[in-house]
Design a protein around this ligand. Structure first.
Ligand SMILES: Cc1cc2nc3c(=O)[nH]c(=O)nc-3n(C[C@H](O)[C@H](O)[C@H](O)COP(=O)(O)OP(=O)(O)OC[C@H]3O[C@@H](n4cnc5c(N)ncnc54)[C@H](O)[C@@H]3O)c2cc1C
Length: 385
């Protein structure tokens, strides 16, 4: 067993770290507090030029074909500076992967290279609806075939990157006569298609630079061949892709947690109370020890899940374990980091309050951690029954 990164993986990690320090860190607080969409999108383009938009995508479709481990370590490094940028990368990678896995050759060639090259700032994964959150089988958006076109009607919520996505992977009901989940299909809808309306933007607790919007489909007509994969096979496609996406979100959580504890640890060597550095107090030392230990455990869980996926082995349980543990460890890390800074940690003059807000959602999106626990226990119980 060899736990070190390969030379290529290390190079990708270093490149991501350098980019994050040089380009993302200096503007992350401004993006969070004031917003600067052009600067945010400019950084996405630069990341595309560096090959970060399709790290786990085949070379023939414009990806870097660097594998899942490289993808995971890159997301962690980007998230250390800007969680909003990291989630955009993670969703873009997921969109590329789902098209690569389920799309026709024509669909792969039409859309994946545009996301990888940065021609599209982003792709969007449009599954969630008001009645379909943890339970995606509750999707109610409808697609009806009318001649050689599908007509979509309905709405989605919480869709990452919607205002600047060039292509949307959309799940809609194509057969209402079968039980829930059995009649859902998956479609590719181009940004700007008449009838696809970008609805209200959510005002979120954190990850402010990444847009999260409602989507409305109002007699939205798309070609018959915009169906992706087999008719009524959409639920299986969604569930398969979400498992991979969880490695991205766990890696993002890890990055935010590391940023928080790195900052707080440094701070503890500078702040003095009672005539000495607060790092001399055992209470502070134990927060440092516990947090780095938990984040290291998270890293190993992520590497295990990423490696299994890369090897083509079953990885759903491992991805859920890694997502659940890493995102909860990240939230604990942020809580402790704020605590270590005392009152200063609760102000926007220091970055740890931003990290705490950015980390919170990682335990919720791409399957809440309660759903991850359901998946993990189901897999374990299945193996012993
Ligand atoms: C910032 C942001 C970005 C997002 N981006 C996207 C995106 O790009 N694409 C997309 O499709 N979606 C996206 N989502 C949606 C996200 O994946 C959902 O919010 C999430 O899956 C939870 O669904 P919900 O919000 O409806 O919560 P609910 O499903 O209503 O859950 C509420 C609570 O009930 C619990 N619960 C529900 N069912 C069970 C159960 N069976 N057992 C135990 N507990 C349960 C949940 O864990 C949670 O605590 C995003 C959300 C946010 C906030």
């Amino acid at each position: 067993m060899f736990l070190e990164l390969t030379e290529e993986q290390r190079l990708i990690q270093d490149t991501a770290r350098e980019f994050a320090k040089a380009e993302l860190d200096p503007i992350a607080a401004t993006l969070d507090q004031e917003g600067d969409p052009p600067a945010f999108l400019a950084n996405l383009r630069k990341l595309a030029e560096l090959g970060f938009m399709g790290l786990n995508v085949k070379d023939e479709y414009g990806g870097a074909e660097a594998g899942v481990v490289a993808f995971s370590v890159a997301i962690t490094e980007i998230a250390r500076a800007c969680a909003s940028t990291a989630v955009t990368l993670s969703v873009n990678n997921m969109v590329c992967e789902v098209i690569q896995a389920a799309g026709s050759e024509a669909q792969k060639k039409a859309y994946i290279p545009k996301i990888c090259s940065g021609e599209f700032s982003a792709g969007a994964f449009a599954l969630t609806e008001t009645g379909a959150g943890s339970d995606p089988s509750g999707v109610a958006t409808q697609a009806v075939l009318d001649g050689d076109q599908w007509v979509l009607n309905g709405s989605k919520i919480f869709i990452t990157s919607a205002p600047y996505a060039g292509v949307f992977v959309v799940w809609a009901v194509t057969d209402r006569s079968v039980p829930k989940g059995k009649g859902i299909s998956c479609f590719l809808v181009e940004g700007g298609t008449p009838g696809l309306v970008i609805g209200k933007e959510e005002h979120k607790t954190g990850q402010h630079a990444s847009a999260t919007n409602e989507l409305l489909f109002e007699d939205c007509r798309i070609p018959k061949d915009a169906l992706m994969g087999k008719l009524n096979d959409g639920f299986r496609i969604a569930v398969g892709e979400l498992a991979g996406g969880r490695i991205g979100i766990g890696s993002l959580g890890l990055g935010v947690g590391l940023a928080a504890i790195d900052y707080a640890t440094q701070y503890s060597t500078e702040r003095a109370q009672f005539g000495q550095k607060i790092s001399n107090f055992q209470a502070i030392q134990w927060m440092i020890a516990d947090t780095y230990t938990e984040l290291e455990a998270a890293r190993l869980l992520l590497m295990n899940a990423a490696f299994k996926k890369e090897q083509g082995k079953p990885f759903a349980k491992e991805a859920s374990m890694a997502k659940m543990y890493a995102t909860e460890a990240a939230n604990r890390a942020c809580f402790k980091a704020v605590q270590m800074l005392g009152g200063y940690g609760y102000t926007v003059d220091f970055p740890v309050e931003r990290y705490a807000r950015d980390a919170r959602i990682t335990a919720i999106y791409e399957g809440t951690n309660e759903i991850q626990r359901t998946i993990i226990s189901r897999e374990i119980l299945r193996s012993i029954v």
